[in-house]
Write a protein that binds this ligand. Structure first.
Ligand SMILES: Nc1ncnc2c1ncn2[C@@H]1O[C@H](COP(=O)(O)OP(=O)(O)O)[C@@H](O)[C@H]1O
Ligand SMILES: [Mg+2]
Length: 243
């Protein structure tokens, strides 16, 4: 398999809002890709189409060489995802929540415990999810996304609103996952340092289009005067990447 994700000519509109205007991208197995862009750039819409949660108006999306239309069951097994806002059932514990999702994949208690350890929530196993901190909730969401050992993980702003310590905790988990080389990642983020730390490649979106797609080094090289991604974005658009 050359690419785990292939997106070609994908467009999506909501009435007269052209959220995604014709996007092409391809992601290799094991590759970690950061998706950046201002609010409204179309990141979530693009990610949700790759996840099979939204249907493109035009274009083709393939995951592991297959389209969603005729391969849903199979593709759900390959994908791990956490949405921009994760909601849990407050009256379930960390263990019960993980077990519930594990049951969807026919996974037993061994895997549940393994994942709880992986995301370092052992001490919170019996805690109700409404008593978790923001960072702990995000780690739980990531654990659930990883239950089925997905080939591709899609995380939509997993660290937005977290304090620096909690963000670092997520980074460590993702870095470990990267070192194992079994999983590809698409990560949307507002934090440039996060994309720089975790990602092999950075894609910058604006107003439904991809403006740039390259390694950080190459991106900054192309625009000699840009010292970081924000300066690069200003050079390309005259606007800041994030306010
Ligand atoms: N379900 C929807 N209905 C109407 N407009 C939408 C919907 N989802 C997204 N949009 C619009 O599409 C554009 C892209 O949104 P989104 O993909 O959420 O961007 P991002 O994640 O980069 O902030 C925005 O203008 C947003 O308001
Ligand atoms: Mg979004």
């Amino acid at each position: 398999m050359d690419y785990i994700v292939e997106v070609s000519g994908v467009k999506k509109s909501f009435k007269d809002v052209h959220a995604v205007k014709g996007v092409d991208l391809a992601i290799k197995p094991g590759e970690f890709v950061g998706l950046l862009g201002p609010n409204g750039a179309g990141k979530t819409t693009l990610v949700e189409m790759i996840e099979g949660l939204q249907l493109p108006d035009e274009g083709v999306i393939k995951v592991a060489g297959k389209t969603w239309k005729t391969n849903q069951t199979e593709l759900h097994k390959l994908i791990g995802l956490s949405l921009q806002e994760t909601k849990f059932v407050d009256r379930l514990t960390v263990f019960e929540t993980t077990q519930l999702f594990a049951s969807f994949y026919n996974l037993g208690t061994n895997r549940v415990n393994e994942v709880i350890e992986l995301v370092e929530l052992q001490e919170k196993k019996k805690a109700y999810v409404n008593n978790l901190s923001g960072g702990q909730r995000q780690r739980l969401a990531m654990g659930i996304a990883l239950l089925n050992k997905p080939l591709i993980l899609l995380l939509d702003e997993p660290t937005t609103g977290l304090d620096p310590h909690a963000r670092r905790g997520i980074w460590t988990l993702l870095k470990n996952l990267k070192d194992e080389k079994n999983t590809s990642l698409i990560l949307t983020t507002h934090y440039m340092d996060e994309a720089e730390f975790l990602c092999d490649r950075i894609i910058i979106m604006d107003q439904g289009n991809i403006l740039a797609d390259n390694t950080l080094e190459n991106l900054l090289h192309t625009y000699d005067s840009a010292r970081n991604l924000d300066e690069l974005f200003i050079n390309m658009t005259g606007r800041h990447l994030y306010d």
